[in-house]
Unconditional design. Sequence first.
Length: 381
Amino acid sequence: MADGNGSISDGGAETDIAATTWWGRTRAGLGKAFGWAGGLFRPHRPGSNELLDNEWSTLEGLWRVCRPAAVTADPIEAAAIDVLFKARTSKSDGRGWSRFNDAERRVGAFLTVAQLPIEFGTLLQIATARALPTLAFHKGNEALFSDPAKLDSQRAAYAALLVDLQTNFINTRFQRALRSEVAARLFRYGVIIILLAAVAPLVLVWDQLNPVPTDPKHPLSITAVMTRFSNEPLFALTMVATFGILGAYFSRAIAFQTGIKNISFDDVMTTYVGRVLRMRLLYGMIGAIVFYFVLRGNLVGGSLFPDLKKIGIGEQVVWKLTADGVVPDSASGALTPSGLTILSPTLDMAKLLVWSFIAGFSERLVPDTLARTEAQATKES
């Protein structure tokens, strides 16, 4: 233990140090784990940006050269520009870049005859690399910089190119922020849906996770529980609804992943806002449930579709393996059971879950099926 001066006394010092070290390491480990988990859901907060800081330094170098002439021509504006440099920030957020853009435009109005051609050429190279839509127009202004007498026209051409580039950069940052926001939202929805898909069957088979009697006639035996699930409509409906939601989410996740480079504000507002995502998930769940009743009513059939009388959870035999992980064949060619079994969906249950996923994933499967059913009913009536 520590005395008033912070020193460690003899009694049990080594034990105290070991305990403190163990607790310190445990607390640090827990802190990192919770920090990582929290970071998955916490919105990104921009920090210091080295690129922005470098841009400020470059612009300040230009300002030092043209400042004397600017003070003479417009002392009030020059003082305002000085204030911008004193309040400069390298924080990479909208406000930080907005301040820099403002300072860049103001300094550009005072660039000297020697500075203008160089800075215009630099901006033109950036515009070419970014394939600026108005690039041809700005390239046409290059001829202005061969005549020093056209200073006003040169400054106007420089200002026009600068504004176009700044607008392009702003749009790029906006698109990047949109993608980041949508990705974070889809991630949160995905975690919740996957947990739902994992918890729903877990709740339904909870009794089977506890020790149960081996007597097949006992109401909590494995056989009795599996029979109950196979005949219980709630079991099938819960799994169908869950996989319908999972399919609907997967469709949105794929659409986002494949179109991530071209996502626009309109796409976000019409497809990825929370209320629209929830509506899509509800649509997928309803579609899966409706398709379940289409199967239940024998309106579609074939080997691809499940036999709903055989859905449920069954025991799967675990076969013996050699030390190399190979399933050995007996002399008769039959596999050797290990004596262990695991619970798994039956073949028809797996088919039902796949079709539920497809019904949630596809926005046309259920409407098209209902349309064909309606057409057939009309034809037979």
